[in-house]
Each structure stands twice: as C-alpha cells, then as structure tokens.
Ligand binder design. Structure first.
Ligand SMILES: [Zn+2]
Ligand SMILES: [Zn+2]
Ligand SMILES: [Zn+2]
Length: 362
C-alpha cells in the first residue's frame, strides 16, 4: 500500500549515525519530475577537444595505470591536474592555539572510467562496471600499501554539473588522505557502539529489517494507523550478493545505498564473483533512477573500513557500502544552517516508484 496521498511531516533519525537527521516534509502536488523534464546531458561518444577521450592522452599527465595495459585502454588512472591534496609538501602539522592545521598531504587521482565520453553508468556493460570496481580495489590497495601515512582512500564520482563535475567526460576520483573523513569516522564510531551494545552489525540489522520486518504502528489515543512498514518496502533492487536500499532517513530524496548481503567490512575483500553481482545491481539501480528522476546527476562514494591498527577491531561492526546521492535540489540556508536535511519525497514513495520503474534487460 502506498502513502503517496499523505502529507508527512516528521524528523527521522539516521539509525547508523544518530547525530544526523532528516526532515521528511511531503505535500500534495510535490511529485517527482515528469519524464519530459529530463535533464539534457552530453551523450556524444567522442569529443575532439576532450582531454579524457581516446587519442588525447597527451592532454593529461601520464597515466598511472591503464586497463588493459596494452592496446586501447578501457579504464585509465591519471593524476588530478588540480589536486586538492598533494604529496609534494613535507611541512609539519601546525598547531596555533585552537587553530589546528593538518598538512594537506595526500593523493588525488582521476579515473577515466570509460572511453565513451557521454555514457551513463547504466549504459555501461555489466562486465565493464565490474572491471571498474575491481580497478578501484586494486588502486586502493596500492595506495594503502604505498604510504602508512595515508589513512583513508575515498573513491567517489560526480556526474553532471549539479553534482560538481567540471569535465563532462564520465570519470571518478580517488583521494587518499592522512585523516579519516568525518562521515566515515562517524559511521565507524556509531556502528562500533551498536556492536558493543547489541553484539551485531547495525548495517546487517538494517538489511534484515528491510527484508523481513513488518509492522503497523497505531496512534496510542485514537487507535488509528500511524504508519505501516511492509516487508521489502525499502528495497529497490536485489541480487545474489547485494541489495540496494532506500534508507528510511536519507538526506537526499532519491538516495540509495548498495550493501553486500553477507557481512563484509572491507570493500577490498569482495571477490570477483561478488563484483559481478554488484555491477548488475548497480547498473539496474542506476537505470531505475534514470527512469524515475530523468537524466539523473549524482554523487556516489564508497565507504569501507579504514585501514590502520585502531580499525582492526571494526571488522565485525563495520559494513562497506556504496552511497548514491542524486542531486535534484540545492541545499537551502535552512539545511546548511541547521544541519537538518529536508526531503520532500517520502522514502517509502521513492522506493516504491524506483522498484516499479520499468527497466529492460538485466
Ligand atoms: Zn571525452
Ligand atoms: Zn554487517
Ligand atoms: Zn556511508
């Protein structure tokens, strides 16, 4: 049953990071964009002037890696021309009263994830997508091994101008930093607390809940139904090893998380068979988003257990995942000032629309 006609106004707490919350404020008439409002995107396969297109390799710094390593490349890693972090400085950390500064030491690389200039993720071959995520795994492992000062390797993608992509050719980025980003730190911290209280992984609990939970919540006084939670209500897509979930409390209207069904803390431990299934789930999820949102612009980022001694005890509590955040609205002053994100589409409705989207192939 859909609650699409209902007006919802409630603050939901993120179960993984309880300090984060979202205001779900839906109203009649607030509907996802119609198909005819699809955002235009650059779908050209080759652009002569593009530095990331095949044949223009001399317009980027020399490759760090190419896959395959001879002949035409399918995936290429190059240093970022405008890195936000660099490995060329060795100045010590600065402490001046309360103003602590950690040197911007690190690595910043670009992954040209397909030779086809304007291809969208859901248009890529499943095998290519599995290769891409395998390339991420290999490069992440190399970066962790290359320098013990690098504490976290973040893989992310900005797709579309609204998501901050400055070059239209499809690409993703790898940033290796000497600090663990706050978002990951918060997830690591809270999931460790959950584990010590309940002796289980909070992400696994959420998956179990999404796949098995069923409940009706009644109003204490009137006895009327306040909310119904159905089995699979938050599930958008499911494979043999992975599930795509619309989080109950998500910052972005169309945000989706993909997680391994079996507990696994470290993305680097996923096998090739698992990557094949992951690629299929990701591709179908992106096809659903494209169908429902229309020419979706998004960020995705990989969250995996950080490397380093103090994270060795997080193997049971942390659970790697890919967060996909479509950018359909710009944060308002209220959101930036309060830290409270506002979502105008209820997660239940979003999940239902995505699940029911008519996509072809597998
Ligand atoms: Zn290009
Ligand atoms: Zn788990
Ligand atoms: Zn996360």
């Amino acid at each position: 049953m859909s609650d699409s006609g209902e007006i919802t106004r409630e603050i939901r707490i993120n179960p993984i990071v309880p300090t984060e919350s979202v205001l779900i404020a839906t109203a009649r008439g607030m509907r996802p964009k119609e198909a005819e409002e699809r955002l235009e995107r650059d779908t050209r396969a080759v652009v002569d002037t593009c530095p990331f297109c095949r044949g223009n390799e001399d317009r980027t710094p020399p490759s760090i890696k190419s896959y395959p390593d001879s002949g035409d490349w399918d995936i290429r890693i190059v240093p970022n021309l405008y890195p936000v972090l660099g490995d060329d400085r060795a100045q010590p950390n600065i402490a001046f009263g309360l103003q602590q500064v950690i040197d911007g030491y690190g690595r910043h690389e670009v992954v040209i994830d397909n030779p086809n200039h304007g291809i969208a993720l859901h248009e890529m071959a499943p095998r290519h997508l599995a290769d891409l995520f395998t390339v991420y795994q290999q490069r992440m492992a190399e970066l962790y091994e290359s320098d013990p000062r690098l504490r976290y390797v973040l893989v992310f993608k900005n797709f579309g101008a609204a998501a901050g992509a400055s070059i239209p050719h499809t690409h993703s980025q790898i940033i290796a930093t000497p600090v663990v980003p706050e978002n990951v730190q918060n997830e690591v911290h809270h999931s460790r607390e959950y584990q010590s209280k309940f002796n289980q992984c909070v992400f696994c609990s959420l998956i179990d809940e999404a796949l098995t939970y069923e409940a009706t919540i009644y109003d204490r006084e009137s006895g009327q139904i306040r909310r119904k939670v159905n089995v699979g209500q938050y599930v958008v897509e499911r494979g043999e090893h992975f599930v795509a979930i619309k989080p109950f409390a998500s910052r972005f209207e169309w945000e989706i998380h993909i997680l391994p069904l079996k507990h696994q803390a470290d993305f680097l431990k996923a096998s090739r068979t698992e990557m094949d299934d992951f690629a299929r789930v990701l591709r179908r999820t992106m096809a659903r988003l494209d169908k429902v949102v229309g020419g979706v612009q998004y960020n995705f980022f990989l969250h995996s257990v950080p490397h380093g001694l103090e994270f060795d005890n997080c193997q049971a509590s942390y659970h790697w995942h890919l967060e996909i955040c479509p950018r359909t609205s710009i944060p308002t002053g209220f959101e930036l000032g309060s830290g409270l994100f506002v979502s105008t589409v209820s997660p239940e409705l979003a999940a239902e629309l995505l699940r029911n989207a008519d996509i072809d192939g597998d």
